[in-house]
Design a protein around this ligand. Structure first.
Ligand code: SF4
Length: 289
């Protein structure tokens, strides 16, 4: 079972939910893995404090021009749709950060002057946090392409047990790449106008992917019922309401797992787990309702 934890915007408590859920599942004696696909800012490690066993670079293929062969026919610059190759009067200049590794330039070069070389863009760290398997993707500073790193993290997803995947915030390509192919999406929101607006965006993406999903309302308090009214009108299941509680904020600021630090919150995480399991078991899709 692969469960993605996503949100329409940052700061809603997505990592709080993902790490707490992985912890609760492990407490039940069920094999569980946590994958951090929020590769621009992976912070699950702060809460899970894993022992890292391996650390491997990941990269993408980018072109390299063999100047001895290049006759400056300028085909590479014409083919590249990303401005990653600029032809000057004398040679071809490559901007590897802009390259999307399509391979078009090496195919187009009539002199076979372009080869592809590996360029490191990030790191994959693997280890253990107690009984929780831990895999994290981390982009190098200055890189702009998150998806190759996310794909590498997902490739390492163990086949057995339950996997909780921490998705990047927002609704752009990295989020889509992360949730695609999972069995269920948990959308984390907060009871504010911004929270509701971005939740609606996230729901529209998840519906297009035809994934079953439910919503966790974090920092729950009465006073902004519009989120619940909207979910009720759309018949979208609320998986849990995690209360606005100063103890949670303090535990979070100390990098502690919430269900460990505030024991009565454990029941919220168990509630999330059992509701997700029930929906998957019943084959009920929030997206098909
Ligand atoms: S591999 Fe594709 S994106 Fe990269 S420089 Fe060549 S044509 Fe441009």
């Amino acid at each position: 079972m692969k469960i993605a934890v996503a949100s329409g915007k940052g700061g809603t408590g997505k990592t709080t939910v993902a790490t707490g859920l992985a912890y609760i599942i492990s407490e039940k004696g069920i094999p569980v893995n946590y994958l951090d696909c929020d590769v621009e800012e992976p912070d699950g490690h702060i809460f899970l404090k894993p022992e890292i066993e391996t650390e491997k670079p990941v990269g993408v293929l980018v072109p390299k021009v063999n100047l001895d062969k290049c006759k400056n026919r300028k085909r590479c610059g014409e083919v590249c749709q990303y401005g990653a190759i600029v032809n000057t009067e004398k040679t071809a200049l490559i901007f590897p950060e802009l390259c999307h590794s399509c391979g078009g330039c090496s195919l187009a070069c009539p002199e076979n002057a372009i080869t592809e070389v590996m360029r490191e863009t990030g790191t994959i760290r693997e280890g253990k946090s107690g009984r929780i398997g831990f895999i994290e993707g981390r982009m190098n500073i200055g890189e702009v392409r998150a998806i190759p790193v996310i794909k590498e993290v997902k490739k390492r997803c163990p086949a057995d047990g339950i996997t909780v995947i921490d998705a990047p915030p927002g609704t752009s390509c990295p989020m889509v790449e992360t949730v695609r192919g999972t069995d269920f999406a948990i959308l984390v929101t907060e009871p504010t106008p911004f929270g509701l607006n971005d939740l609606k965006l996230a729901i529209s993406v998840i519906r297009q992917l035809s994934l079953p999903f439910g919503v966790v309302i974090n920092r729950y308090q009465r006073g902004f019922p519009e989120v619940e009214d909207f979910l009720s009108s759309e018949k979208i299941p609320i998986l849990s309401r995690i209360p606005l509680d100063r103890r949670i904020a303090i535990a979070y600021s100390h990098g502690r797992l919430i269900p460990q630090a505030v024991p009565e919150i454990k029941r919220n995480f168990s509630e999330i787990f059992y509701k997700v399991k029930e929906i998957i078991d019943e084959g009920v899709s929030g997206s098909k309702r």
